[in-house]
Design a protein around this ligand. Structure first.
Ligand SMILES: [Ca+2]
Length: 350
């Protein structure tokens, strides 16, 4: 072996070791979005860009999957087979910055910003019919004994621009998910982009990221080290220890993407779907039952309670283990609250 060969061998060994180290670092450092991201995907809201209608979307191949779970809450049953056609879905939850682009372009005013009508709230005094939304407030002492969900407080002046009430703002939260969005607000945003809200089946299929039947988007192991999603650590509803790095909403994309490249499918904020809530799943479906009615089908009145998915920063292991793809909850379509957001889909087979 010549000196040149020895040198080459040494270089090879060094490069191999370095390469292994780089791979190890890459494997240990999951893809993240939030640190350098302003909240608006390239081309978004710019009509002249050829692919603007797909800005921020990820293509999802269709497929058949087992929807629901027998391990979770009763409403997640029965496990049944559904086939979804190919579709596109937002890589991340709709952000404040994106919603601001929509509002600037259209002048849209959300429900939480409008004065509620007397017809909707018969018997409520006129001076109490003021714009607002429900904000989470940690109860003090035995305050929670006032009743279930006593940690929600109706706050006049709370809306998407003022998530914790009139004295709060979103100036440094352009890349956080927009909240206090009612179902009709989310739908209006989606329609403005020529899109829709996901059906529950689309949402669940996308959230599973290809891991059919798994408990979580990343597999079957709980997130013991609080590195995979923005949830609640500590005793709910008193103290959020924030061991996952965030109390309240987090910028989108701070946690590893799932197998389809989607961020925050569980945790951070609940997400609206089109489906009207029923407390059990239907039977096996050859195709997603809501989508076979397309095009132009109306999926029930805009005021009907809808399914929300994914759980939120308020989901804690001792209270609400709903940061799982199969988990579901009804949400009054008229109210978004501080922990409900959404993402959009583009159905290409219209
Ligand atoms: Ca958290």
């Amino acid at each position: 072996m010549t000196a040149v060969d020895v040198a080459r061998a040494l270089v090879f060994v060094i490069l191999s070791v370095l390469g292994g180290m780089v791979q190890a670092i890459a494997a240990d450092t999951p893809q993240r979005l939030c640190e350098t991201y302003g909240g608006v995907p390239p081309g978004f809201g710019v009509a002249r860009e050829a692919d603007a209608d797909r800005a921020g979307l990820v293509a999802i191949n269709g497929g058949r999957f087992r929807m629901g779970s027998t391990d979770g809450y009763p409403e997640e049953r029965e496990v049944h087979n559904v086939r979804v056609a190919p579709f596109w879905i937002d890589r991340h939850e709709v952000t404040n910055a994106q919603f601001a682009v929509f509002v600037r372009a259209t002048g849209y005013v959300t429900r939480a910003e409008r004065k509620p009508s007397a017809e909707e709230f018969p018997g409520v005094a006129a001076n109490r019919l003021v714009p607002g939304s429900a904000v989470f407030v940690s109860p003090k002492g035995a305050e929670h004994l006032r009743g279930a969900y006593a940690w929600w407080r109706w706050m006049p002046g709370a809306d998407w621009r003022h998530p914790e009430g009139p004295d709060s703002d979103i100036r440094s939260r352009g890349n956080h998910p927009v909240v206090h969005i009612a179902f009709e607000d989310a739908l209006a945003y989606a329609k403005w982009l020529g899109r829709d809200l996901p059906t529950e089946a689309q949402w669940e299929y996308a959230a599973r990221g290809g891991l059919d039947g798994a408990s979580y988007p990343w597999g079957n192991t709980p997130d013991a080290k609080s590195r995979r999603a923005n949830t609640w650590q500590g005793r709910f509803p008193y103290e959020d220890e924030g061991r996952d790095g965030h109390k309240g909403t987090a910028p989108v994309g701070c946690y590893p993407a799932n197998g389809f490249g989607l961020f925050d499918v569980v945790g951070n904020v609940w997400e609206w779907t089109r489906d009207i809530y029923q407390d059990r799943h239907g039977p096996d479906a050859v195709e997603d039952p809501l989508l076979v009615k397309l095009p132009g089908a109306k999926a029930g009145p805009v005021t009907a309670a809808r399914v929300i998915k994914g759980g939120s920063f308020l989901c804690a292991p001792d209270f609400c283990v709903r940061y799982r793809p199969s988990a579901r909850q009804p949400q009054d379509a008229l109210y978004g609250t501080a922990h409900v957001g959404f993402r959009t889909v583009l159905n290409t087979r219209k």
